[in-house]
Design a binder for this molecule. Structure first.
Ligand code: HEM
Length: 140
């Protein structure tokens, strides 16, 4: 991993490394395309509305702010508490891992530096695990 990885997470460096909103939109579109393709993700795909347009938009807007860029989610949809937004769902280890799997496949497709790809997945595991704890059925 390059020493550049130490810089991700500071200011808007991660937002820039992700290609700003156009790069993030591409990442999220690839992510949801994988969710529609990958057999392991069938269960979490079925938790979504049939039309994924809004889901794609919401995740891209959320990631923009989360990566240190414009806070597009709150500007367009209001305040969000991520675990709270998933509380009505049943997300255990399998569902969390399926989400991360689709994200890993999508990240792989992007023209990002390898160090950013590793960093981004590591960082996304944190909210994914928080969501599992709040929405999961297991007491692990
Ligand atoms: C742990 C595995 C996860 C699963 C199975 C999952 C699943 C879902 C589903 C099914 C929805 C649509 C809910 C609905 O329309 O009722 C949703 C919404 C959303 N998810 Fe996730 N998600 C996961 C992790 C994450 C992570 C890690 C992030 C952000 C880094 C995220 C960000 C969002 C956002 C921003 C929304 C829109 C919330 C809203 O409508 O207000 N999700 N998720």
């Amino acid at each position: 991993m390059s020493s550049k990885s130490n810089l991700y997470g500071k200011g808007d460096s991660s937002y820039k490394a992700a290609g700003e909103i156009s790069g993030i939109t591409k990442l999220v579109n690839d992510f949801y395309d994988f969710m529609e393709e990958v057999p392991e993700a069938k269960k979490i795909l079925n938790m979504h509305p049939d039309d994924l347009t809004e889901s794609r938009k919401k995740l891209a807007y959320f990631l923009s702010g989360w990566l240190g860029g414009p806070k597009l989610f709150s500007e367009n949809f209001g305040k969000i508490n991520l675990p709270g937004a998933h509380k009505h769902l049943s997300i255990g280890l399998e569902e969390r891992d399926a989400w991360i799997l689709c994200m890993q496949k999508a990240v792989k497709m992007q023209p990002y530096e390898d160090s950013f790809k590793v960093y981004l997945i590591e960082q996304l595991r944190v909210p994914a695990e928080r969501i599992r704890i709040v929405s999961g059925n297991e007491n692990i």
